[in-house]
Write a protein that binds this ligand. Structure first.
Ligand SMILES: NC(=O)c1ccc[n+]([C@@H]2O[C@H](COP(=O)([O-])OP(=O)(O)OC[C@H]3O[C@@H](n4cnc5c(N)ncnc54)[C@H](O)[C@@H]3O)[C@@H](O)[C@H]2O)c1
Length: 448
């Protein structure tokens, strides 16, 4: 099948590569010329495990191509996927300008039936707006072609995006036209082989499903962070509590890790956008407000712990930061807890020496020329001469470090662990002062 894809970011590029991988002819279009030139040279604008090889193989096989030519993209595919960004507007609602610009482009160039498939995360009612924009563009041209708009929200996770796309838990397809649902079923059949994962529904429900999923996951995280803060005050260890509740199959272990807050390009903006959608609909979403408020405080927690440890005297100190990306296996630093932490440390006059396995280029781009940030080549280099280590992202490479070496490189043996990677008792035994999240009392000594 012929597929066109607008937007070659984390979602668009993975979607394009995966559709090409199963034999489709995919043309990816982006307005960012630098990105397209990089892709045409076989280089990746983002870090995503396995993506580079997949893109290169499919380009070489002639199934995947990149362009800035919007007209060519509209002509190419029966399916016109929209995977452009929907960043937060000033009031927290989703900014639809890029989505609607793609609708205008498709309306301006289509010369035959087209199926517009919206993969971007968009508020309920957006499909109607997209259809209206296409209709208006066709009217302005004095032509009348048939088209359908489908909501097909994406659930992939950065860092495991290819695996998620290739073996999805579900494929949500929102349409008002059963014929279009069947076309999407055929398109997705290679990812749907051992059982039918396609869930067909009406468009508005599909649009809301994406927000519901992200808001639920964000709620689990904020709930656990709130309990961690309580555990700390009650002298309980949240990690033991996590084990205690995760074993309940109704609760499960996923998304109940306490930490320094959720970030990334999705949860923060999607919770805000859903709040905005709710208030536009005349409903006050109290739970979502609380989820966001808890997360905002959690982003400040590591800084507060550091600040209080030093009695507010942070000027001239240097902190080694392990982890810049908002989570492991990605280079994405949008809304990352590392950013709020670094910015607070800088404001207090401290310096940062940071290391991240994938996000160094992104950090350089965001904070180019800052004298109070140095980017280390490896985890050890970040530690050299630093006052303390602060763990912000739970990359695997940070999970079992050489603590003796850490001790020898830091000015004093002090760790602020924003992801509860380490065992407080072990670190105490090794002579470290350790701050975790929600670990009120040292764990009891094992019996026997
Ligand atoms: N990143 C994720 O993990 C994830 C997961 C699920 C859903 N989503 C949603 O998918 C959408 C895309 O997210 P992303 O992280 O891939 O965004 P991104 O910012 O990485 O990429 C968006 C791309 O769209 C391009 N673009 C903007 N206007 C365009 C236009 N008119 N025509 C063609 N290209 C245009 C930009 O240049 C950019 O390359 C968002 O709505 C997001 O909420 C993201």
């Amino acid at each position: 099948m012929k597929i066109s894809l607008f937007g070659t970011g984390y979602v668009g590029l993975v979607t394009g590569a995966c559709f090409a991988e199963v034999g489709n002819e995919v043309l990816c279009m982006d307005v960012d010329q630098t990105k397209i030139e990089l892709l045409q040279q076989g280089k990746m604008p983002i870090y995503e495990p396995g993506l580079e090889e997949m893109v290169q193989e499919n380009v070489a096989a002639g199934r995947l191509a990149f362009t800035t030519d919007a007209k060519a993209a509209v002509e190419h595919g029966l399916f016109q996927f929209i995977a452009v960004g929907t960043p937060p507007d000033e009031d927290g609602s989703a900014d639809l300008q890029h989505v609607l610009a793609v609708a205008d482009t498709i309306g301006a160039h289509m010369t035959d039936y087209r199926i517009l498939v919206d993969k971007s995360t968009v508020p309920v009612g957006t499909a109607d707006k997209v259809a209206e924009r296409v209709r208006r563009a066709l009217q302005a041209r004095g032509v009348d072609y048939e088209f359908d708009v489908v909501s097909n929200p994406e659930f992939l996770k950065e860092g495991a995006a290819i695996e998620d796309f290739m073996r999805p838990d579900r494929i949500v397809v929102g349409t008002d036209n059963p014929r279009t649902t069947e076309l999407l079923r055929v398109l997705y059949s290679p990812f749907n082989r051992n059982r039918d994962r396609l869930i067909a529904m009406d468009i508005r429900s599909a649009e809301l499903t994406k927000y519901a999923a992200n808001a639920m996951l964000a709620t689990k995280i904020s709930f656990m962070n709130e309990l961690a803060n309580l555990a700390e005050r009650l002298g309980a260890d949240i990690e033991q509590v996590r084990n205690g509740i995760g074993s309940d199959s109704r609760i499960g272990y996923a998304f109940i890790y306490p930490g320094c807050g959720y970030g990334g390009s999705c949860f923060p903006k999607d919770v805000s956008a859903l709040e905005q959608t709710a208030s536009n609909a005349g409903y006050r979403p109290r739970l979502l407000e609380a989820v966001r408020a808890v997360n905002r405080e959690q982003h400040r927690l590591l800084f507060k712990k550091i600040h209080s440890h030093y009695g507010g005297d942070l000027a001239g100190r240097t902190f080694a930061l392990w982890g810049l990306a908002f989570k492991p296996n990605t280079d994405d630093m949008r809304e990352a807890p590392s950013r709020s932490l670094m910015e607070s440390l800088w404001q207090a006059g401290a310096k940062v020496r940071a290391y991240d396995p994938a996000a160094m280029a992104e950090a350089r781009r965001l904070y180019a020329g800052r004298a109070d940030l140095s980017l280390a080549k490896n985890p050890e280099e970040a530690l050299q001469g630093a006052d303390a280590l602060v763990v912000v992202t739970e990359w695997r490479v940070f999970r079992s470090p050489d603590f003796q070496r850490i001790r020898s490189l830091l000015k004093e043996p002090l760790i602020f662990d924003g992801r509860n990677l380490y065992d407080p008792r072990q670190l105490q035994a090794k002579g470290f002062l350790y701050y975790g999240i929600g670990r009120g009392l040292p764990s009891p000594q094992p019996q026997g």
